[in-house]
Design a protein around this ligand. Structure first.
Ligand code: AMP
Ligand code: MG
Length: 406
């Protein structure tokens, strides 16, 4: 049976066809740039005020302070944001200016409103101001011709703002995969249906869809398909016609009604591996079909989610052009003893606690692959490697972080 490392190597060494697409700038969140972006504009485009106050000549107010205010004449023109100054500022005058408004010619600084007092058509200035003070210079954020986003850069919310500021409404990104979700099992019922003996609500398609959404990606659900060979075959064919990655849950074990492997074989999918020496998720199956990928995920709700995290996510990230394939992993000490069988990898759901500035992990409780709440409570997934036995309190283990910890 393959080890976790070997299984991952097989998945990540499959050839991929990396496509690109133009998307609306807001839809690019979480994707990776397939082009470098150069700004055609200076940002800001003109020298403007960083404060509400008075545009002045610094020389006119040299030496001003609370005890020796300097009086300037208020020029009739006001400069709200969006206005264009019509007149040059003359010596002895000031102009009322708002944040973001262009600096009038003749002025070289802005006195904050709080450091001045308007008295009719005069303004008392209580503080001197250096040349350039409270002025945001044209191009101080971005210069025309600057590369604002490099090719292969992952896109975060601030990048979207930057792209918008330079007038980019669309960007070229690596096309993320469309991921299909198909759940199988005669016992499965929809979320809205009432439970009865023999029936299980389909939670897998929900947890998987949520894991995909967390990556800012699209999924397509193909519903619950009964363990009937012909129906299942038709649905799998339909999904493979549309999706880049197909996630099948259930039906990959060795039960009499587990038809998935047989069908995939029939349609000509290539088996890359079946079964990984791990707990949970041993029956994990991975296949390729043309330029598509198929994961046969074991039906148990925890196995499904863990296999997504460990195997599906890095493949998806690779297709997206993301250099960071895995969740952040940190070394953490065990705050209790753990039983672990040497010879296979175990993915334990753990909670993380900070004690005297050091982070420790403990079990979320029962670790059965059907105990979905063990996943819900987990801050991370601890990887107990196959070459060690029981884990003793204090031992350091690598943990994949599923969420922010404090
Ligand atoms: P299987 O891999 O089909 O043998 O299923 C293993 C276990 O996971 C069984 O107890 C199933 O009832 C359960 N299971 C399978 N599919 C789902 C699903 N979509 N949602 C929740 N539980 C499931
Ligand atoms: Mg089943």
């Amino acid at each position: 049976m393959l080890s976790v490392k070997e299984a991952l190597e097989k998945i990540l060494s499959c050839p991929i066809v990396q496509k690109t697409e133009k998307v609306a700038v807001l839809d690019s969140l979480g994707f990776v740039m397939a082009e470098g972006v150069v700004s055609d504009d200076n940002i800001p485009a003109y020298n403007n005020s960083a404060m509400d106050g008075y545009a002045v000549k610094s020389m006119d107010i040299a030496g001003a302070d609370r005890n020796y205010p300097i009086k300037l004449k208020l020029f009739r023109e006001d400069l709200p944001a969006g206005s264009v100054p019509k007149t040059k500022l003359e010596t002895g005058y000031c102009m009322q200016i708002m944040t973001g408004a262009p600096i009038p010619d003749g002025s070289d600084c802005v006195v904050m409103k709080e450091d001045a007092l308007k008295e009719g058509r005069d303004v008392l200035i209580f503080k001197e101001c250096k040349s350039g003070e409270n002025i945001r210079l044209a191009g101080e954020d971005i210069k025309k011709g600057d590369v604002v986003l490099q090719k292969n850069k992952k896109i975060y919310p601030a990048d979207i703002g930057v792209l918008a500021s330079i007038g980019k409404s669309e960007v070229l990104v690596y096309k993320p995969p469309l991921i299909g979700i198909l759940t199988t099992g005669n016992e499965l019922i929809e979320v809205g249906e009432k439970l009865q003996t023999g029936k299980v609500r389909d939670s897998n398609s929900y947890s998987l869809a949520a894991q995909i959404k967390e990556l800012c990606l699209q999924y397509k659900k193909y519903g619950i398909v009964k363990d009937e060979k012909e129906v299942l075959k038709k649905k799998i064919g339909e999904a493979l016609g549309e999706c880049d990655i197909l996630l099948l849950t259930g039906g990959v074990s060795v039960g009499d009604y587990d038809y998935v492997k047989e069908i995939l074989d029939d349609i000509g999918a290539e088996f890359v591996f079946w079964r990984v020496n791990q707990k949970p998720g041993k029956p994990l199956t991975f296949l390729t079909y043309k330029d598509k990928f198929i994961f046969g995920l074991p039906g148990n709700p925890v196995s499904v989610m863990v296999c997504f995290e460990i195997y599906v996510r890095p493949l998806v990230k690779r297709i997206m052009g993301d250099a960071q394939l895995f969740r952040k992993q940190i070394s953490v000490r065990a705050s209790e003893d753990f039983k672990h069988k040497e010879g296979r990898t175990e993915f334990a759901r753990v909670k993380l606690d900070k004690i005297d500035d050091e982070i420790f992990f403990k079990s979320t409780g029962r670790q059965g692959s059907g105990i979905l709440t063990s996943m819900a409570e987990a801050d991370g997934i601890a990887e107990f490697p196959d070459d060690i036995g029981n884990i003793c309190k204090g031992e350091e283990i690598k943990v994949y972080l599923l969420r922010d910890i404090y």
